[in-house]
Design a protein around this ligand. Structure first.
Ligand code: FES
Length: 423
């Protein structure tokens, strides 16, 4: 079995799109990946070299398991593209499609690794050239669009403060500064502000983003330098100049290292929580490995939907050929193989520190948390003037309330620095 809607009658479809020639219905607000999972289509792409099956793992644009061609554009993350009527979605670099890819034999022919750089190098120039052409056709991530797309004209925006990330802490900073009369922009990769709270059913009441904040939704901050931050979103390319740059970039989820951790059916706890919030269960026999609030919520949500749930402490290995069929997990000090069709892993996520580091914050290795963390004072200021961090990017695993308080504290310092002419 695969993911399915808990109650298919509870929400009526608002439209449909084509996936590899098959019509897939979607509900309001769903991404392509979520609609495809709910339709039981969990194998969306193939790894570039060995053509191993891949599926949505994080549902947050961080794993590349959901890469598809949408219309004429290759390499689109299906979890970041809103489902829309009439879209044509296709598998890429797979034959005939991602759920049945004959190129998968590459994985079986070369169980000990394929060195395509040196294969047939010493077999003569002709064979070598033929091999290079073959390798280029087999690998890669889709083919270029058939038509040239015009490069968007970049826009510019100047504000007092740019907040990157509209999760709990980012919203607290943006709202506080806007209410103090500062011009604030807030860019966020998701279409809506809210961050993790949107995926949690036991989250404290969601705060709205104040309407004085210029919200840049579905927008990624891709680089930051001097006082400028380059943002890419539905409006194209934009350079946001800000006296204060606040990185509330949160964390990146992972499922950790274990053999076959890339099989379709392996999900982060946050992805599973997001599916449940949308009325979709990850499978019929679900293993939830790890602990914490998200793990408990996922296990409870699955059990309420009549799904068989097995709790585990850790994962040794996932089993299956095209999707998860079982997992060897640890519980009470013993390893055990459990049949399942979904493996949900809850690990403490690791900080998305890259932009803060690029802006000049010192990034240090935290041995106890086992991750890199941008260094900042309690007020959020870093060694780089005008650069602040707040929320789980500097305190991974912090509770939502603690993140909100952190955002408010950091906003006070920024307001004081802006007013005092220090930025
Ligand atoms: S990047 Fe889309 S599911 Fe992870």
């Amino acid at each position: 079995m695969a993911p399915r809607r808990i109650d298919p009658r509870s929400q009526t479809p608002v439209g449909s799109f084509l996936h590899d020639g098959q019509r897939v219905a979607f509900r309001a607000g769903e991404s392509l990946a979520l609609a495809l999972l709910a339709a039981g289509r969990g194998s969306l792409s193939r790894s570039p070299k060995y053509h191993r099956p891949r599926g949505p793992l994080c549902l947050r644009g961080a794993c590349e398991g959901c890469l598809v061609r949408v219309g004429d554009l290759p390499g689109q993350l299906a979890c970041r593209v809103p489902a829309a009527e009439g879209l044509e979605v296709r598998s890429q670099n797979a034959f005939p499609n991602a759920s049945l890819d004959l190129f998968r034999v590459t994985d079986w022919f070369f169980p000990k690794h394929l060195d395509h750089h040196h294969l047939l190098v010493n077999a003569g120039a002709t064979l070598n050239r033929a091999m290079q052409v073959f390798a280029r056709r087999m690998a890669g991530l889709g083919t270029l669009p058939s038509e040239e797309h015009p490069f968007p004209t970049p826009s510019t925006l100047s504000v007092d403060a740019l907040v990157v990330g509209a999760g709990t802490a980012g919203m607290a900073v943006a709202n506080a500064l806007a209410r103090e009369g500062f011009q604030v922009a807030c860019c966020e990769e998701e279409p809506r502000p809210g961050g993790e709270a949107l995926d949690r059913r036991d989250a404290p009441t969601l705060t709205d983003l104040c309407d004085k904040v210029r919200f840049l939704g579905s927008t990624s901050a891709v680089a930051t330098f001097d006082d400028g931050t380059l943002c890419v979103g539905p409006e194209g390319l934009g350079l946001v100049r800000a006296r204060a740059r606040v990185f509330a970039t949160g964390c990146v989820d992972s499922v950790g290292l274990f053999p076959q951790n890339d099989l379709p059916g392996v999900f982060t706890a946050r992805a599973a929580a997001r599916m449940l919030r949308a009325g979709v269960v990850p499978g019929e026999r679900v293993v939830v490995a790890g602990s914490g609030a998200l793990a408990s919520e996922v296990a409870a949500g699955c059990a309420e939907a009549g799904v068989r749930v097995t709790h585990a402490e850790g994962v040794v290995e996932a089993h299956g050929t095209s999707a998860v069929k079982a997992a060897t997990v640890t519980a009470h000090g013993r390893a055990e193989k459990v049949k399942c069709d979904a493996l949900v892993v809850a690990l403490t996520a690791t900080p998305a520190y890259e932009l803060a580091g690029q802006a000049g914050a010192l990034v240090r290795w935290d041995a106890s948390a086992r991750c890199f963390i941008p260094e900042a004072l309690a007020d959020g200021s870093t060694r780089a003037p005008g650069v602040y961090v707040t929320g789980s990017v500097r305190a991974p695993g912090a509770a939502l309330q603690a993140r909100r308080e952190d955002g408010s504290r950091v906003a006070l310092q920024i307001a004081s620095d802006l007013r005092g002419g220090r930025l």
